[in-house]
Design a protein around this ligand. Sequence first.
Ligand code: PEP
Ligand code: MN
Length: 337
Amino acid sequence: MIIVMTPDHSPEDLNRVIRRIEDLGLKAHISKGEHRTIVGAIGDERVLREIPIESMSGVEKVMPIMSPYKLVSREFKSEDTIIKCNGYSIGNKKIQVIAGPCAVESREMLEEVAKAIRPLGVNFLRGGAFKPRTSPYSFQGLGKQALEYMARVREETGMLVVTELMDPRDAVLVAKYADIIQIGTRNMQNFRLLTEVGNIEKPVLLKRGMSATIKEWLMSAEYIASQGNENIILCERGIRTFETETRNTLDLSAVPVLKRLTHLPVIVDPSHAVGRVDLVPAMAKAAIAAGADGLLIEVHPRPEEALSDGPQSLTPQQFAKLMEELKWVAEAVGREL
Ligand code: PEP
Ligand code: MN
């Protein structure tokens, strides 16, 4: 339920509404816009049915939110959310590209990638420190050491750090180094982990579960938002289908669907979606044309030597060429790169 206050309501009116909501055992979520103050009543809304909130002083109207996700829905907030992150924004006209290796393998390789992509206008450097590998015998990431390398490269280049958190036990450590905390596809429904990042004051990049519906994905975003952290970026990274030519099937229609259902920014990761370097550029361009606010692309200086995801990693040269091509697409759809 959302309660829209009149433009001339008094602070006492607002407090009375909040108290009424809290007395019923619900959470009151206040959002003060330029022209309107809106109070969200979050929880089991059935208790509100009997209460004539409409007739309270300072209340203009009461609207039920039909979707099961509330805070992240368009119904709750009609304007696009722009995530502000240490001087950069995600969700406005500029398309942000998050690029870097799948895993941080050494300080040298991270620096090599960073120095190659920074002059191309890339503001966010990605790199895995804790890797969610299917096999326990595959490279698991350098852990804290990798986070330290990322922080060092941030100092050298000014690029912000995007890295995955897999385990609530590492939350404090990862939050100390990351500018954006990534939740991977395998953890999209790890509700304890979502609750954990909901309590951290850092933007969260929430990847779509490989078998998750858009509704389930938005419910996971709601877990994070319900804890107080509404700085969530949704990332479509491909879903499991019967098709075997590509690693996953990129669900590009998720972009315009999400744009209708939620106010959160949406980015696309063509690398994990297709799993093949030859297909990444086409899907990256298509993602921008479809309305994505950004891209996540894996880049490795020597993909054939990569310890993870080499077949889908672009070389810095291939990436530079793609960035040039993306400019045209961005311009064609009224965005900039
Ligand atoms: C990654 O970004 O390297 C990764 C493991 O992604 P996903 O969770 O989408 O597989
Ligand atoms: Mn990867």
